[in-house]
Ligand binder design. Structure first.
Ligand code: SAM
Length: 225
């Protein structure tokens, strides 16, 4: 008989399970998304002083006056991408790296672009310490990354004034772009599906609120205080 040490559950494991229950009760049904959130340690992606709040269903501040998105938003957007293992996904707005980890945990091949070098380097180091392979790049994500495409899914985690055209064009036919579009105060989450080489269908997934997407196909940098 082989005796194995019992797995020790930490308070964070218990809180993570509680978060999954909350997301389920709020209507998240994709089991691969829930399983991923059950595994990814969100406490590693929030500032050290905030680990006690890591499993609240709320956005939290990170460096450069940005935020780690609310877990419900991460789950909802990921579910909207309809991912399966091995799909190629581009994320715009790496931020803390948490959303990229959730995508990678599902088995997606992830490229993630962030405009702030500090955020990108912190995200790269926490992702690699956890064993996630994510291609973290610094730059203006509104122009996408054509060399890495075309993509099965593109997720934009900041609010745009319009659907960034370069991103819609970097989808495979059948691919999905999930992007919040609207004013600086409020946005509507769109799912843009490329239905043919030169045709796209837009679906309205409801109201959300994000920090602004700044760049050539986003808001002008002058809007930041
Ligand atoms: N996905 C992130 C996470 O899991 O922590 C949350 C991202 S935060 C809500 C939005 C991010 O988009 C910010 O880090 C911001 O700097 C970034 N961003 C804004 N405009 C961008 C652009 N044109 N290209 C790349 N990143 C951009």
């Amino acid at each position: 008989m082989t005796l194995r040490p019992a797995r020790i559950f930490t308070p964070f494991d218990v809180q993570r399970q509680g978060l999954v229950d909350v997301l389920r009760s709020r209507g998240i049904v994709d089991e691969s998304v829930l399983a991923s959130i059950h595994i990814v340690p969100r406490e590693m992606f929030v500032p050290p002083a905030m680990t006690g709040r890591a499993y609240e269903d709320s956005a939290l501040p990170i460096d450069n006056r940005q935020t780690i998105s609310q877990p419900y938003t991460v789950a909802f957007m990921t579910q909207a991408l309809r991912l399966t293992r091995g799909m190629k996904v581009l994320e715009i707005g790496t931020g803390s790296g948490y959303q990229a980890a959730v995508l990678a945990q599902i088995g997606a091949n992830v490229v993630s672009i962030e405009r702030h070098p500090l955020l990108s380097s912190k995200a790269r180091s926490v992702l690699s310490s956890l064993g996630y392979t994510v291609n973290c790049r610094v730059g203006d994500g509104t122009i996408g990354f054509r060399e890495g495409g075309p993509y099965d899914g593109i997720i934009v985690t900041a609010g745009a004034p319009d659907v960034p055209e370069p991103l819609a064009k970097q989808l495979v036919v059948g691919g999905r772009l999930v992007v919040p579009v609207g004013s600086l105060e409020n946005q509507t989450l769109y799912r843009v599906i490329r239905t043919a080489e030169d045709a796209w269908k837009v679906e309205d997934l409801g109201p959300f609120k994000f920090v602004p997407l700044i760049g050539r196909s986003g808001w002008d940098e002058s809007i930041t205080p």
